[in-house]
Write a new protein. Sequence first.
Lengths: 371, 371, 371, 371
Amino acid sequence: MRRLRMGMIGGGPGAFIGPVHRFAAELDREIELVAGVFSSDPDRSRSAAAQYLIDPARAYGSLDEMFAAEKAREDGIDFVSVVTPNHNHLPSARAALAAGLPVMTDKPLTATLAEAQELAGLVASAGLPFGVTFTYTGYPLVREMRERIAAGAIGTLRKVVVEYPQGWLSQPAEGKQAEWRVDPAQAGAGGCIGDIGVHAFNLAEFVTGQKVKCLLADLAAVVPNRALDDDCAVLLRFANGARGVLLASQIEVGELNGLRIRCYGDKGGMNWKQEEPNSFLQHQADGRTEVVRAGDASLGPLAASFTRTPGGHPEGYLEAFANIYRDFAAKLRGEDAPCLLGIAEGLRGMAFIDTAVRASNAEAGWVDLNV
Amino acid sequence: MRRLRMGMIGGGPGAFIGPVHRFAAELDREIELVAGVFSSDPDRSRSAAAQYLIDPARAYGSLDEMFAAEKAREDGIDFVSVVTPNHNHLPSARAALAAGLPVMTDKPLTATLAEAQELAGLVASAGLPFGVTFTYTGYPLVREMRERIAAGAIGTLRKVVVEYPQGWLSQPAEGKQAEWRVDPAQAGAGGCIGDIGVHAFNLAEFVTGQKVKCLLADLAAVVPNRALDDDCAVLLRFANGARGVLLASQIEVGELNGLRIRCYGDKGGMNWKQEEPNSFLQHQADGRTEVVRAGDASLGPLAASFTRTPGGHPEGYLEAFANIYRDFAAKLRGEDAPCLLGIAEGLRGMAFIDTAVRASNAEAGWVDLNV
Amino acid sequence: MRRLRMGMIGGGPGAFIGPVHRFAAELDREIELVAGVFSSDPDRSRSAAAQYLIDPARAYGSLDEMFAAEKAREDGIDFVSVVTPNHNHLPSARAALAAGLPVMTDKPLTATLAEAQELAGLVASAGLPFGVTFTYTGYPLVREMRERIAAGAIGTLRKVVVEYPQGWLSQPAEGKQAEWRVDPAQAGAGGCIGDIGVHAFNLAEFVTGQKVKCLLADLAAVVPNRALDDDCAVLLRFANGARGVLLASQIEVGELNGLRIRCYGDKGGMNWKQEEPNSFLQHQADGRTEVVRAGDASLGPLAASFTRTPGGHPEGYLEAFANIYRDFAAKLRGEDAPCLLGIAEGLRGMAFIDTAVRASNAEAGWVDLNV
Amino acid sequence: MRRLRMGMIGGGPGAFIGPVHRFAAELDREIELVAGVFSSDPDRSRSAAAQYLIDPARAYGSLDEMFAAEKAREDGIDFVSVVTPNHNHLPSARAALAAGLPVMTDKPLTATLAEAQELAGLVASAGLPFGVTFTYTGYPLVREMRERIAAGAIGTLRKVVVEYPQGWLSQPAEGKQAEWRVDPAQAGAGGCIGDIGVHAFNLAEFVTGQKVKCLLADLAAVVPNRALDDDCAVLLRFANGARGVLLASQIEVGELNGLRIRCYGDKGGMNWKQEEPNSFLQHQADGRTEVVRAGDASLGPLAASFTRTPGGHPEGYLEAFANIYRDFAAKLRGEDAPCLLGIAEGLRGMAFIDTAVRASNAEAGWVDLNV
């Protein structure tokens, strides 16, 4: 078995998520970053190569250049990772698929639902592996909750509350990370709903195994002169009738990255928080509450297999992200990757964003989520 | 100064909130329970007297009997506390006011908005002190948050999230406490929204100093065959434009009494949880976070005056409740009681319940809260 | 059944623990404060009576006066509570016992071990109920831990860590509460060890059901010019061979009243913190961890009986203290009070303080705890 | 700048800490694992190579073989990491230094103090970079505490409590990880004191900037038939007179990896826990308490430089470990690495273990820590 070779699209100087993809892809040593179009400016692309400590000759200024050069090498890239702002996801993925390369892309899938639908078609025709980094599904205890719920631990799902509070955009945006996220031309139709709301949506479906059927959305741009939403409240109805509430905000001063989810059925409940990701609470209808912790003997083999250290040695965001890449590597090697999310979940996420934005703008009440 | 004498209406055998009112009223020794119509069944009323260790001769079988007998005594009651199920609040208060007695009543004010409006008229004509036990406003740190926010600690209010998860009604109701709460004839139009949602609503207005202008409500009876709502999601808009979310549920298995509130302005944020009531987090826009704790030298004189023990000696629910009675005693003595809530807040609470139930039933979208 | 009548000794203007005893004694309405020698200065004693809202005629200037006057009344006091600084515990208790009155006293039992031994003799001869308010044994979940451990929940005890960090004496003492505690003439031989170390010692024996056999102590006065210890580290060995560590400090800046205990046996462990007293963690050797919460159906009848409100309605320090008085009232009525601590535990506490101070002064290594 | 090439000694099949060193070394891409003597059994060594995904030709069966073969390559290793059980630290390091290679070794430095002293001499003569992975000093917030304390944030140090509870050895040892740790031939003179006590000791000196002057130790083997200590209580006195308590245990059922430290001076206090490593509490003498969080703007540049993700994206054990390797890489490149710990701290750690074991065995009371 050899290490898989990754080419990165995006992730140039000043990027946050590019380095994260690099950490994550390489953590388990199954993948190696070897090339990239880190920027459309060749000089900036090369300067990123120096930062990543890869061969500067493999830092390209365009996709075409990378695909041609890498194809010509014996040790050329095996797949690409797309880590650009949202509006470049589709063109990047389209070109990669056309070049015969599997694609891993950051979320949300694309900038618009139409783009997502186009991409879904391309992925279907290409028949190549395609993954989306819904990071928080990589946490071992999130996977454990999913398995326990699927096995009946809380009975029939009745209620989900998923919250994603942040505060870093509570003031007018400054800096590269903030600026593109509040610009419709780069981010797409959704601001907060597309940046983090989609994570919450995805997490709710992933953990519960239930699909959202319809929603009622109330989105707003709270910071003056902001073009995109920065605060979202969305009511959800799941296919089985369960009720849900999804809150996401980027103007809650002092909140960092407070994604959390609580699920309740007729027999129990579960409660997990991203900022303390190595445990969750499990409630039973008889009044007992268990703290389930990473490393516990009671964890199923799936969660255990995505943990690298014994209990009490906290794993965090990068390790969760690495688990997504481990799934993708397994997929590329033709192995089983039951937790890997791809075009279907990416498309559902875009349908969620699109429906929420439209429903909120129109004050339309309950609207079906069609996808 | 002598102890004020309280007569209780309700609170008979099996009651939860009756004993709580007794604890709370007497804790600071300014008030003494001396009489009561604990039940409309004279025998049950007398057996409650034995439990409360009061003179059995002062355990009455009807309001008329109590008012007549107590009026005839030199040491007769100074006021009544109404602790019955909701549908008896109005008749009890009406009779007491007619007998010239000040009234403290449990929340919600009445069973219906129409009753509340009638009671508001009676209170206005009577010109007697009238209080409502919105318990959670009694916590010293809640009062401190209110004062800090009024003084500008978080800037202009933008967002409030108030949640009140419980799980004790996740199964079909059993027992006295559960049964009346799910019976429209006793509870009124609201189930969960009237039992705990109204606390959350009141707390949001109390802490922020802002009034709710309109709301969008989605209520449901999740447990099969239940006549009243047991799970509520309500979106709020405050008078100053701030956005709010109010969640209340009694079917979230494993949740006990998880009332919590987070408020954010353009300059900061605050976060408090009832189950750990002796501290709150205060966030500033510069990224600093302070843990404000009961007993801290930084607390204002108001919060300090409602604390009985040094920091680290946890005070809880009964002490918070006692603070409400301390306010009421002050009011009866003609002193200042800036945190005492009365008919106005009681009426707003009923308007909230009524509007939420109507809006949800009609799927009416945003509806103004008129009161 | 009538309310028992309590006379207080100590608790005059500026006192902390006097009002706490009043709250605690009266909370369940089984006891009523009716008289007191709140100060040896008759004017100050009377002014305290006004604060407590009791009949000023029953605020006395001396013990003799109180005992004579109360004996002469039909509704005279049934027992006394001693809430003075330590050096007055013995004379107060001695006089009360001589007057035929049961005694409840604050901890530590006396100022010195010799006094404690004298008092033990007096109590034995008098044959009257005698209680000591080791407050923290009043918490329902502490009692639950004791019962579970006695029933084998953690197997054979191996290890106890009990810590009691405070910070309020980190600077030179100011104010009535601080000043007497650092004065050997009033506090006795122990400073921190006698004020809070003794609580930790008592809690360890209470929870585990094991007696300390010997100890090694390292005490110091950290704040310059302080006559008594303010920081203590004590190693313990229990009768069954289990090892223990007891830490107490009053100079740990920022710590409030952080008493906590963790116990481990060969089959499990438990962990409780006074500042969040309504739950504890229970670990099992198979890796499972349960959060045991007040109100849970899994609690035994003893803990349940000492809880006044449903789960999630936090009870705190005053309620725990009230449970001690409820025990004492039961004892006075001739009922069972299995958790009431008295002269034996008070004497053990004094032996602990005395041994620790002597052992530390002499740097004597391991010293037996004889009592 | 090129990636530094690491050869591993130890870390064969079943190892825990070998893979951790690999993760840590490679996380920032400044270092690459390329070779190793993963086991003294060549077949096992090669099978480890497959696990690590390195060239099997560079998996050697002996140190001599590795040093010779790597020296002959243009791309030979730049340094070695020693991750064997303790008794192999000295021979491994000795051979590597003799081969002219810098050495990074796991803690404790060696199995015995005599070995450590020998190694110190070798390191001094060799003049090569030498690091010891005291992992917990890699946490950014630990470094921030160290800097704040050095800058006077808590005033003059008075008290340190450092605790390291674990429970995984509460039963007779089973499995590779457990077995060597309880075997004096592999672990050395210390069991728990050497495995985790030394981390606690090192952390206390690192954070406070004060050196331990003398100690009093009470160590025991609690689990029957265990040759080495598994439970430790050590009292400390620092050079400036500050008092300390160090607790370490591996028999506290249910505890995972609960390293924590609290430090108090005359002006403030700090409190950090390894299991929630991304924040600490800072107390001030005026009663204010701040939660300092990773990513806060108030952090100094040092802590900030060792953080890879924004606040709220939890970093954990592997990232802390990687920070140690980042220091080492800086050292190898001739850059500044102010937090890198080496032979001096390694030797102090061994002196601590040796002194504690001797002092405890002899029940010698306070013993100086000479090094």
